[in-house]
Design a protein around this ligand. Structure first.
Ligand code: SME
Length: 153
């Protein structure tokens, strides 16, 4: 199971590097990351970025049901990831104080900070699942690698 997931992440990384090579536009890069991840993982219900703009998280690009347009940094799992700069793995969103329920079908999620080459926070990547406990350190490790390769170097 975790071997299959590891292989799936490796396929994603290869596809993303192929598609994004030479591109510098951040929205084009984010849209491609979302497209590859959403199509590779059937258990990813919602995949998207919230970009940090004027001290607030603003949605997009994303794939999934309609999400909240803006999230303040003191709210939700996305706000916690942006505020602390640390990836958040939430096995049960109902247990996370202040979780923002854009879609009641989401049961667990992972949110990772996205930094540019200078180490400045530019966004968070939010992935939701309809299953509880869908994400682990393995997801975190591979997603951090993808984000680092595309936005950080
Ligand atoms: N889960 C997020 C809200 C955004 S949506 O799920 C798309 C949060 O609590 O930060």
């Amino acid at each position: 199971m975790s071997e299959a997931r590891r292989e799936a992440y490796e396929r994603c990384l290869m596809k993303i590097l192929n598609v994004c090579g030479g591109e510098s536009d951040q929205v084009a890069l984010m849209a491609s990351v979302v497209g590859v991840l959403k199509n590779e993982f059937s258990d990813f219900y919602w995949v998207g970025f919230y970009r940090l703009i004027a001290g607030e998280l603003v949605i997009g690009p994303y794939q999934g049901t309609v999400g909240c347009l803006r999230i303040e940094l003191n709210r939700g799992v996305c706000g916690a990831a942006a505020r602390t700069g640390v990836a958040q793995i939430v096995p049960d969103v109902h247990q996370f104080p202040g979780h923002i329920a854009c879609d009641p079908r989401s049961q667990s999620e992972i949110v990772l900070p996205v930094r540019n080459r200078e180490g400045v926070l530019i966004a968070v990547l939010d992935i939701d699942s309809t299953q509880r406990g869908a994400f682990s350190g393995l997801d975190r490790k591979h997603l951090e690698e993808i984000l680092g390769r595309i936005f950080g170097s």
